[in-house]
Design a protein around this ligand. Sequence first.
Ligand SMILES: Nc1ncnc2c1ncn2[C@@H]1O[C@H](COP(=O)(O)OP(=O)(O)OP(=O)(O)O)[C@@H](O)[C@H]1O
Ligand SMILES: [Mg+2]
Length: 144
Amino acid sequence: MKTESEIFTSHSEEDTKNFGHEFAGTLTGGNVILLFGDLGAGKTVFVRGVCEALGISGVRSPSFTLINEYESPNGLLIIHADLYRLDPDGVSATGLDEYAGDDDAVLFVEWPDRWTNPPENSVRIYFDSSSENERTIRIERGIS
Ligand SMILES: Nc1ncnc2c1ncn2[C@@H]1O[C@H](COP(=O)(O)OP(=O)(O)OP(=O)(O)O)[C@@H](O)[C@H]1O
Ligand SMILES: [Mg+2]
C-alpha cells in the first residue's frame, strides 16, 4: 500500500495536545491508530488532546488498566490501549481484534509492536523525542 506522511514538530505538551485536536477532526468510526515511540514520547498526551476535542476529559494513561474506554457526547467510542506489559498472547486476550472490527469505535494503541496482526489500513503515528520538550511526530496513512 502507498502511504502519505505528515510531519509536525511539537515544542511543548500543549503543542502535542493541539496537534491531537486537529487530528480528531479526521477521525471516523472504525479507524485504528497505532502510536509508536519510547516511554515518555507523548503518545498519551496526544490521545488526551484528541479526546479533549471530542468532548472527553480526564484521559489517563492505560499503562496499568491496559484498555480505557470513553464515549464522546456524539456517541463515538474511543478505545485507548497500552500493550507495553503484554506479549502477543496477552494482546489476544484483551479482545483488541474485536474492537478493531467495530465501526462505532476508534482504537488508539500504544506499544503496537506487541500486536501480531494490526489491520493493514491502520494509521501509524511515530513520536520521537528530539530533546526534553521537543517531539517530532510523523503520521503515515495508507492511500489506495
Ligand atoms: N512536546 C511534548 N509533547 C508531549 N509531551 C511532552 C512534550 N514535552 C515534554 N513532554 C512531557 O513528556 C511526557 C509525555 O508523557 P506521555 O505519558 O504522553 O508519554 P507516552 O508516550 O504515553 O509514554 P508511555 O509509553 O510510558 O505510555 C509528559 O510528562 C509531558 O509533560
Ligand atoms: Mg502512554
